[in-house]
Design a protein around this ligand. Structure first.
Ligand SMILES: *[C@@H]1O[C@H](CO)[C@@H](O)[C@H](O)[C@H]1NC(C)=O
Ligand SMILES: *[C@@H]1O[C@H](CO)[C@@H](O)[C@H](O)[C@H]1NC(C)=O
Ligand SMILES: *[C@@H]1O[C@H](CO)[C@@H](O)[C@H](O)[C@H]1NC(C)=O
Ligand SMILES: *[C@@H]1O[C@H](CO)[C@@H](O)[C@H](O)[C@H]1NC(C)=O
Ligand SMILES: *[C@@H]1O[C@H](CO)[C@@H](O)[C@H](O)[C@H]1NC(C)=O
Ligand SMILES: *[C@@H]1O[C@H](CO)[C@@H](O)[C@H](O)[C@H]1NC(C)=O
Ligand SMILES: *[C@@H]1O[C@H](CO)[C@@H](O)[C@H](O)[C@H]1NC(C)=O
Ligand SMILES: *[C@@H]1O[C@H](CO)[C@@H](O)[C@H](O)[C@H]1NC(C)=O
Ligand SMILES: *[C@@H]1O[C@H](CO)[C@@H](O)[C@H](O)[C@H]1NC(C)=O
Ligand SMILES: *[C@@H]1O[C@H](CO)[C@@H](O)[C@H](O)[C@H]1NC(C)=O
Ligand SMILES: *[C@@H]1O[C@H](CO)[C@@H](O)[C@H](O)[C@H]1NC(C)=O
Ligand SMILES: *[C@@H]1O[C@H](CO)[C@@H](O)[C@H](O)[C@H]1NC(C)=O
Length: 587
């Protein structure tokens, strides 16, 4: 069994995970999954011949900036190029999305005649499936994928469904999408002008899939005189799978592959589950590769805080034959010879597994490109190195807390929160927080955040003493969690005098594969931090997104306006578990 072993203390640790049967130095065909760990679902990837680079887009739901694009030369190291959705003005409607599973679903990334396209859907998931305003289908394009500012505003087009993907032939552009399945099921095709969004023909149902739940995530490929229509079915949970059909005519009829499903980990005991929603591309040598989403949950499917991640596998696709995926998906795999790196990747974005090594928020710097807000931010609530507070990130509290009014909608004033993805099974996240709350209920701290209705937060707030010995307000540590399943109890405890009016280190850390700890201590002290709470990962294992680690500030509906200053932001991964793991972790 492949396993990761974590050794060492809080700050430094060693992870050992070897590909079975491979000696060091022989990694030419071996690679690890996931290739994009953490909240990177619904991958769509291309290989661009012009610069011999692979590019992948991921779903981002309510997170903003959205639609992260990663690039790689070797299929194993991936750098953040930028976010296709990086200005609120590109898609103002994201600000009023309601629902934890709303927002950007399944961007399809394609390159055609000098332009990159992302075709996707802003889904208002609280609306009924038959409500046409539930589905806001959009196209973004850019001539230069490395310059974030070049991405166009959203061009809207009419389609009552989601998972839309473009395809070109004879100078015409087409889009396939998953029609809202409870109304008129199936995968539909139409000619669409990608510049204007004009739908130029009626949507035609090409295929309903093999009978699995929710036929979705379609892509069309042409090869050897066939149109191949590859889709996901079975829902994005344990029954997820990829199926394919083909036709000699674009409009069908499509014949299903007798060997369907062509990619799935369903009905296996693999650590990687829910494999599906795939895309296909060739490298420079002509070898085929597939990407798909997967959760590292085991078949128990209980603890998977990082949600749906991006995996890679090799594919054999012979002439006039069906593509054959290497599956089941595992943490250590062997595929085709990995592309050799001839030129380094351009850009200065972080690599996906890089961590945050004591970010300083220096004067003149910007919020890093891998940080996200929940919906577009109220900009004035965030400032880097404001007057008198160099090397800090200043947070102004929002009236709404992380749950907001009902756990689903946002609201006026936004929610002051900024975070980054959890990308390691085992990690330590720490910030220093300079915050002295003054007003009843105002609060700032750190959070393990999946959605408004699935998170745990640990912060400082102003409360009267619980024993009523005085009506004076005293700063308290407060822990709160929310989920659809039972959460650890909320509590608040007065800060000891030695912790008041001091910069505190606030920490969220994994204690093992299933649990997180929440700790604090004086930032100046050399004493170990004190752990105040534990929370199990199953409370943030839900839905379509993956956990973020970040900071928040709120008046909790009250009148507080005290600002919080965040500094020394660290995220360090110290263990990546890639296979069923039963033994104790060495810490
Ligand atoms: C979300 O809910 C709010 C308040 O209920 C409403 O004003 C807004 O229009 C809703 N957004 C959408 C896209 O329906
Ligand atoms: C490619 O783009 C150029 C200009 O950008 C345009 O003139 C040409 O018609 C396009 N070709 C195709 C096949 O779409
Ligand atoms: C779409 O379908 C309608 C009704 O079936 C038909 O009248 C119309 O001509 C079709 N439009 C196009 C562009 O094919
Ligand atoms: C898909 O199923 C519907 C019935 O739900 C049927 O009317 C339609 O013909 C089917 N489409 C195809 C392409 O098989
Ligand atoms: C998994 O097993 C169930 C029950 O036997 C079956 O209905 C389903 O089709 C299987 N799924 C896959 C993808 O093989
Ligand atoms: C497969 O097709 C390619 C391109 O059409 C051709 O170069 C190659 O010789 C074919 N291979 C076989 C085994 O037919
Ligand atoms: C995957 O790659 C290995 C070589 O490492 C090869 O033996 C195997 O046939 C490939 N599988 C598929 C389905 O392409
Ligand atoms: C109330 O709680 C505070 C802080 O824990 C403590 O210092 C104080 O002695 C308590 N008062 C009474 C009456 O128990
Ligand atoms: C912290 O600062 C506040 C306001 O300046 C003050 O009232 C309080 O006594 C201080 N607490 C301690 C323990 O020094
Ligand atoms: C993980 O840590 C939690 C909290 O300390 C503990 O309750 C749980 O038993 C641990 N699980 C394992 C498998 O060690
Ligand atoms: C969030 O704030 C609302 C008031 O706006 C409050 O009712 C609710 O209790 C708060 N939620 C939590 C988890 O504290
Ligand atoms: C906020 O301030 C107003 C006006 O001073 C007051 O009436 C109200 O009670 C305050 N709200 C809270 C939650 O303290």
């Amino acid at each position: 069994m492949l396993r990761s072993t974590a050794l060492g203390g809080t700050r430094s640790a060693l992870v050992v995970s070897l590909l079975p049967g491979l000696a060091l130095g022989q990694f030419l065909t071996g690679f690890y999954n996931p290739i994009l760990p953490g909240f990177h679902p619904d991958p769509s990837c291309i290989h661009l011949k012009e610069d011999d680079t692979f590019y992948c887009a991921s779903s981002s739901f309510n997170a903003f900036p959205g639609i992260p694009i990663h690039a790689s030369k070797d299929l194993t190291t991936w750098r953040l190029v930028g976010n296709a959705l990086n200005r609120e003005s590109q898609l103002p409607e994201l600000a009023i999305s309601n629902g934890s599973t709303s927002g950007i679903w399944a961007p399809a990334l394609r390159y055609h005649n000098g332009t990159f396209y992302v075709v996707t859907t802003l889904v208002h998931d609280k609306k009924a499936p038959e409500d046409p305003t539930r589905w806001d289908n959009i196209i973004f394009s850019t001539p230069d994928i490395w310059d974030e500012s070049k991405w166009s505003d959203a061009v809207h087009f009419d389609f009552e469904g989601y998972d839309t993907s473009p395809f070109w032939e004879n100078g015409d552009s087409y889009i396939v999408g998953s029609h809202a399945y409870r109304v008129e099921p199936g995968i539909h095709l139409s000619k669409v002008d990608l510049k204007t969004g004009e739908v130029k023909s009626n949507w035609t149902n090409l295929w309903n899939g093999t009978g699995g739940l929710a036929p979705e995530g379609p892509h069309i490929y042409t090869k050897d005189g066939y149109y191949y229509l590859m889709i996901a079915e079975g829902g994005t949970g344990l029954g997820h799978m990829e199926t394919i059909a083909r036709s000699e005519n674009l409009y069908g009829p499509y014949d299903p592959n007798p060997a369907n499903p062509i990619l799935t980990n369903a009905n296996t005991s693999e650590y990687f589950q829910t494999v599906g929603h795939a895309d296909l591309f060739q490298d420079r040598r002509g070898d085929w590769w597939g990407v798909a989403l997967s959760t590292r949950s085991g078949s128990e499917y209980i603890t998977y805080p990082m949600g749906r991640e991006t995996i890679l596998t090799n594919v054999t696709w012979e002439n006039r034959s069906w593509p054959v995926f290497n599956n089941p998906i595992k943490g250590a795999m062997r595929g085709w010879q990995l592309p050799r790196i001839i030129q380094n990747l351009p850009g200065d974005g972080p690599f996906v597994t890089e961590g945050d090594n004591n970010l300083q928020f220096r004067p003149g710097s910007e919020i890093p490109p891998h940080f996200v807000y929940w919906r577009p931010p109220i900009k004035e609530n965030y400032a880097i190195s404001p007057e008198g507070h160099p090397n800090t990130l200043r947070l102004k509290p929002s009236r709404l807390n992380l749950t907001a009014l009902d756990g689903n909608a946002g609201g006026p004033g936004g929610q002051t929160f900024v975070g980054r993805r959890q990308v390691d099974t085992l990690f330590t996240y720490r910030v220093d927080l300079n915050y002295s709350p003054k007003t009843l209920e105002e609060e700032a701290g750190v959070t393990l955040f999946l959605t408004q209705n699935h998170h745990a937060r640990f912060g400082l707030t102003m409360l009267p003493l619980a024993n009523g010995s005085s009506s004076a307000l005293v700063p308290h540590f407060r822990f709160d969690a929310i989920s659809y399943i039972p959460v650890p109890p909320s509590f608040s405890i007065p800060l000891s005098a030695s912790m008041q009016n001091k910069t505190l280190t606030m920490e969220i850390r994994t204690v093992n594969q299933t649990h997180f700890s929440f700790a604090a201590g004086s930032a100046k002290s050399r004493e170990p931090l004190t752990i105040f709470a534990y929370a199990p990962g199953d409370i943030v294992s839900w839905g379509f997104t993956g956990t973020l680690l970040g900071v928040y500030a709120t008046s909790n509906g009250g009148n507080g306006t005290t600002e919080a200053y965040v500094s020394n932001w660290k995220y360090e991964g110290w263990g990546q578990i890639r296979d069923n793991f039963a033994g104790p972790l060495v810490q």
